[in-house]
Design a protein around this ligand. Structure first.
Ligand SMILES: Cc1cc2nc3c(=O)[nH]c(=O)nc-3n(C[C@H](O)[C@H](O)[C@H](O)COP(=O)(O)O)c2cc1C
Length: 245
């Protein structure tokens, strides 16, 4: 199905069929952060469709804060090469600092516990021991190859925009990932890229008013990769929602 860019808003049926409900739920619930990809290319048209559908995400007063750089082929390989060179050199790496704080400086429970669990679950699958700093460094470094995905997305936001626009941005990112799922594709959102925002903005030619939000791998997941068997946990609804009234 070809969408114009951007697609018109569509009117939903008053009562979705069970199959429509199941398709929406499956696109959301089968999304996982996958960290190994096949070289199978993703047509540019498919990426355009995904971005066009995702741009139906809501944003306060329809500000649409997203800007996306789609990297493939030599452009993607060259960005990975530049970041890897900085990442693998401790002195050089230390000169690259994140522009915004994704995480708290002081972790508390239950967040630190969940963070540790997903980390050790992933490393456990890969057979990386708790003291194996070299292999941890190498695994983290796979972020900068977009986990070998054929498409690397870099997301930026205008610096004039405020915290509310970052909410909008999250909805857009999720919509990208769900639209990808609807086409049998997988993703991994990647905050790891923001440390190297100077390299990225120069490489993609982003103007100074744009700030790197994150990156994202997009492609066909490698079904034989052990890291792709990771299924993360979620708290039950009763733990995070209170029904009043
Ligand atoms: C904004 C954002 C940034 C993330 N950055 C990274 C990253 O840099 N590298 C990575 O491997 N996973 C990254 N993740 C994936 C999370 O670890 C993952 O979403 C979480 O563990 C839940 O697992 P699931 O996505 O498979 O459900 C990121 C997720 C989000 C939402």
């Amino acid at each position: 199905m070809n969408h114009p860019t951007p697609p018109p808003a569509q009117t939903a049926p008053a009562t979705p069929t069970p199959a429509q409900t199941a398709a929406v739920d499956a696109a959301i619930a089968t999304r996982r952060s996958l960290r190994a990809y096949l070289p199978t290319p993703v047509p540019r048209e498919t990426v355009e469709q995904i971005l066009a559908v995702a741009s139906r995400a809501p944003s306060g007063t329809n500000t649409q804060p997203w800007r996306v750089y789609v990297l493939t082929g030599a452009a993607k390989a060259e960005l990975s090469r530049k970041i890897r060179a900085a990442y693998d050199d401790p002195a050089e790496r230390a000169t690259h600092t994140e522009e915004y704080a994704y995480y708290p400086t002081e972790w508390t429970s239950p967040y630190i516990d969940r963070r540790r669990k997903v980390g050790w679950d992933l490393y456990g699958l890969l057979g990386i021991g708790k003291t194996d700093k070299e292999r941890m460094h190498a695994q983290h470094g796979r972020n900068y190859d977009f986990f070998d995905a054929p498409v690397g997305l870099i997301f930026t936001i205008d610096r004039v925009l405020r915290q509310g626009s970052w909410l909008d941005y999250g909805m857009f990112l999720q919509s990208v990932m769900v639209a990808a799922r609807g086409r049998g594709l997988d993703t991994c959102p990647q905050a790891a890229f923001m440390q190297f925002h100077r390299i990225i903005t120069e490489h993609v030619g982003a103007p100074a008013n744009e700030q790197v939000v994150c990156g994202m791998a997009l492609g066909h997941a490698d079904p034989s990769a052990v890291e792709n068997t990771l299924v993360t946990e979620r708290e039950p609804v009763a733990e995070f929602a209170r029904f009043l009234g």
